[in-house]
Design a protein around this ligand. Structure first.
Ligand code: 7PM
Length: 281
């Protein structure tokens, strides 16, 4: 899963048209490299970032979805807002990536009605305060339990399929993140595919002394290859083309090819492909 940010602050001149052109060029490069899913984000979850109104988020993501909807790539939308998810799915997006774990029943209804699968992520607290003092009695039991419960809620509400994500860096210390990564085989042994997103996050600095986020791609890649070996179905990365290459080499060495949509066992199965062909046509 390649990260495609369409927030004006990720672009030098800040103009909406330039932002769209840059996003489409980045998307094209990732597709050509063999990236399977693009995760389109129009709102920054950065602590202290100004909240983005739904209409602004839609003005950012809809043109990207419309330009890419008939491309051979799955489109995920990184949003916490049901109204943004609903419009994005109408415009042709395939998957909702909700960092609030589909806690909002309206978000579950939107995905269910569109027949769209969702990624359910764990976060302790909210993006503004989550890193202040993360605390767990048993981080693995609590996070895995939460993900199982949210998956159940979503499926009961009619969401066709879910990906589970322990939410690396979302209300977690380095020790919490490491405990969750060590327990990854337990999570991937369950019935749902698992997504890991550690791209350029601070834990890479804690592990390898890399103070600048932009320098953290090598450490990210090492972590994500480990996650794939532990059975993660999807890794969410900035340097997505480099990930495809590395995952293919790992696959050739016997680690299983996860750079193409996975087969019937761990899938976003029915959900993704069908609804593109039918409801969306
Ligand atoms: C500021 C803080 C900017 C955090 C960006 C971020 C994940 C995600 C993000 C993840 C899933 C980032 C994060 N992280 N969605 N969205 N899993 N499913 O570093 O780990 O990209 S935003």
């Amino acid at each position: 899963m390649g990260i495609l940010n369409v927030t004006p602050d990720s672009f030098s001149d800040g103009g909406r048209h330039a932002a769209l052109q840059d996003a489409l060029a980045a998307a094209q490069a990732m597709r050509e490299a063999g990236v399977v899913i693009l995760d389109i984000g129009g709102e920054s979850t950065r602590p202290g970032a100004a909240p983005v109104p739904a209409h602004e988020e839609l003005d950012r993501v809809l043109p990207v979805i419309r330009a890419l909807r008939s491309a051979d790539v799955l489109l995920s939308v990184d949003t916490m807002k049901p109204e943004v998810a609903a419009e994005a799915l109408r415009a042709g997006a395939h998957l909702i990536n909700d960092v609030t774990g589909l806690r909002d029943p309206q978000m579950r209804r939107v995905c269910a009605e569109a027949g769209a699968p969702a990624c359910v992520m764990h976060m302790q607290g909210d993006p503004q305060t989550m890193q202040a003092a993360p605390h767990y009695a048993d981080v693995v039991a609590e996070v895995h339990g939460y993900l199982r419960a949210q998956a159940r809620e979503a499926l009961d509400a009619g969401v066709p399929d879910v990906l589970l994500d322990p939410g690396i860096g979302f209300g977690k210390t380095l020790e919490h993140n490491l405990s969750l990564l060590r327990a990854l085989p337990d999570l991937t042994a369950g019935p749902h595919p698992v997504l890991i997103g550690a791209s350029r996050k601070r834990l890479i600095d804690f592990m390898a002394s890399v103070p600048h986020a932009a320098d953290r791609d090598p450490g990210t890649l090492a972590l994500h290859l480990h996650a794939a070996r532990c059975g993660a179905a999807v890794v969410r990365a900035h340097a997505a083309a480099a990930h495809v290459q590395a995952l293919r080499v790992q696959a050739a060495l016997g680690g299983g090819d996860r750079t193409r949509p996975p087969g019937p066992r761990r899938t976003l199965d029915s959900g993704v492909m069908h609804h593109t062909d039918t409801e969306r046509a």
